[in-house]
Design a protein around this ligand. Structure first.
Ligand SMILES: [Zn+2]
Length: 331
């Protein structure tokens, strides 16, 4: 059979194929036929003729192979769509939604990733060294009392009281410069009331590099709050104290509920404290092996629950854990 005739024959078989089995059978016949053709080349003595015939076979092979591959994949798509019918779900079945904390976190994460930060995770059961010591809080330091935590194995292993421990691990592991955020669950010994639970969520950020200044910190945090709470949001920086930053600043934003007029959310002050921040203390950098003469950095941290309460206008922190769908539907 001449190649042209064979081509006509295969094309007609392609048109007649009814299922994937037909297609696969045709494919194997076609491959055997190509093998036969190649063995025929060997019988030709004339070099020029050999070349010509070889080219004809290759053209024929690539044209037909493409058509058979298309045929096979068309049956595969059909079988996928018949196995997975999107209309099988009844309209009455409700599809789940993201938890409000995750929703708010994702929004913040998007802004921070656009600003060049990458996301780093760390262990929730942590060593005292990473949770306190390397953050300039030796065992006698009174600032530890503000973060009274749960000890898994006293005095060295504990449930982390902040995600700053991930920052220290990152400084040790990664090469400078770094810009990271560390989201996650943290634990503190607190009785449950409207504003406190012994477990909550934090998002912390850290940027270390050459010539990182307080101006960079201001830019990142103002951008973050304006992106999440709207462009009308005002931000102010107040001096405060943390053992691991110097200088340190508490960040207030204008109350999104009353627009600085004063309401119950902002305790009539018009401002709400939402973040802690500052320039990383040189001792913290040195203790993790970073030359503080060469590198500087800023860090910030926020309680996601608290921010989410403001964002979603909620008055009780424990509502986040009650699985009350009627509340989520209102948000
Ligand atoms: Zn207010």
């Amino acid at each position: 059979m001449q190649l042209n005739e064979k081509k006509e024959y295969i094309l007609s078989r392609i048109n007649l194929a009814k299922n994937k089995n037909d297609a696969l059978k045709l494919n194997s016949e076609f491959r055997n036929y190509i093998k036969e053709l190649y063995s025929e080349i060997k019988k030709i003595d004339d070099i020029e003729e050999k070349k010509k015939f070889g080219k004809e076979i290759n053209d024929f092979k690539s044209e037909i192979k493409e058509k058979i591959d298309e045929l096979i994949s068309s049956f595969e798509q059909d079988s996928v769509s018949s196995e997975c019918d999107p209309y099988i779900f009844k309209p009455s079945i409700k599809v789940g939604n993201s938890h409000p904390l995750i929703k708010l976190y994702k929004e913040m994460e998007k802004v921070l990733i656009n600003l060049g930060f990458s996301v780093v995770q760390g262990p929730e059961i942590e060593l005292d060294k990473y949770n306190f010591e390397k953050l300039n809080m030796p065992y006698f330091h009174p600032a530890r009392d503000m973060q009274d935590t749960f000890y898994v194995k006293s005095p060295k292993v504990l449930l982390r009281s902040h995600t700053s421990s991930v920052q220290i691990r990152s400084i040790e592991k990664m090469s400078m410069p770094i810009s990271i955020i560390s989201p996650g669950t943290v634990y503190r010994v607190d009785d449950i009331d409207t504003q406190h639970t012994p477990m909550f969520y934090q998002v912390e950020g850290l940027s270390v590099g050459k010539k990182i200044s307080f101006a960079n910190l201001k830019f990142v945090l103002i951008t973050l709050l304006k992106e999440v709470f709207g462009n009308q949001t005002e931000v102010r920086f107040r001096p405060t104290y943390y053992p691991y930053t110097e200088p340190s600043a508490a960040i207030d934003m204008s109350c999104p509920k009353c627009g600085k007029k004063g309401c119950s959310v902002c305790s009539r002050s018009g401002w709400i404290t939402v973040l802690g921040s500052g320039m990383v203390h040189p001792k913290v950098l040195e203790d993790s092996g970073v030359d503080s003469e060469k590198y500087t950095g800023f860090a910030f941290g926020l309680g996601l629950n608290r921010l989410a309460m403001i964002y979603f206008d909620m008055n009780e922190i424990k509502k986040f854990y009650e699985n009350d769908v009627s509340i989520w539907n209102q948000l």
